[in-house]
Design a protein around this ligand. Structure first.
Ligand code: CDP
Length: 229
């Protein structure tokens, strides 16, 4: 199996952008596991799933396969495609964000996603993977595991800025509570909850610049890869 750098952490901790930059620095491919959960959620919503109602995992996964939901390499990382088109924008919509925690709590859906994630380093492609359970469940033997956090306010401010929204007190309070609800759902679920692997390196990015955060992980990864034995 090729090298795997696992970056886990709560919503809006900067995992995906950090993972992409780390991958670029190391010459690895970036793999955003949350994007695939979002892709399945988009299929579920388009297939008639409604928040709060029971989910038919088999029907959703059959539909996902029928519509060719997949990860395709774009030169730096893997992007989600649906029906032969990139789905980056559609998978970040508010309805998808509102339902993704419920969809990703279903064990059959997690197995389907995990199988696709494991296939890539399994075929020899070194990757930087970000998510919630990458170091604990998907790649327990990863070369390096990082648990990336930042204070809830910092995360909320980053998410608002990323969307081009104002960062006022009211917006910050609302975004902080949406993130807190998703963190609680992701940490409290019985299957593959968000938690730090015992052998992960904790990294609090609250006081770090983006470049410092990336450099720290790249250094850790290089040190692990050159370690004898
Ligand atoms: O919004 P953010 O970028 O932080 O989240 P994401 O990485 O796009 O993941 C969206 C959702 O997918 C999370 O809130 C989790 O419910 C779920 N997820 C998961 O359960 N396991 C993963 N490895 C990755 C994401």
């Amino acid at each position: 199996m090729a090298h795997v750098i696992a970056i886990d952490g709560p919503a809006a901790s900067g995992k995906s952008s950090t993972a992409r930059a780390v991958a670029e620095a190391l010459g690895f491919a970036h793999l955003d596991s949350g994007a695939l959960y979002r892709g399945v959620t988009l299929v579920a919503l388009e297939h008639g799933a409604t928040p709060g109602a029971p989910l038919d995992a088999n029907a959703i996964l059959l539909e996902a396969e029928r519509r060719g939901l997949s990860l395709l390499y774009d030169g730096t990382g893997f992007s989600v495609y649906l029906g032969g088109e990139p789905a980056d924008e559609a998978i970040r919509s508010a309805p998808v964000t509102g339902m993704v925690s419920a969809v990703s709590a279903v064990p059959e859906i997690r197995e389907w996603v995990n199988e696709r994630l494991r296939a890539l380093p399994g075929a020899g492609q070194p990757v930087v993977v970000d998510g919630r359970d990458i170091g604990t469940v998907v790649f327990p033997d990863a070369t390096l595991k990082v648990f990336l956090t930042a204070s809830p306010r910092t995360r909320a401010a980053r998410r608002l800025t990323q969307r081009g929204q104002a960062v006022g007190d009211a917006e910050l309070a609302q975004e902080t509570s949406l993130l807190a609800a998703r963190d609680a759902a992701d940490s409290g679920r019985p299957v593959a909850p968000l938690r730090m692997a015992e052998d992960a390196v904790p990294l609090d990015g609250t006081a770090l610049t983006f470049a410092e955060q990336v450099a720290e992980i790249v250094d850790l990864a290089r040190a692990r890869m050159t370690r004898p034995g």
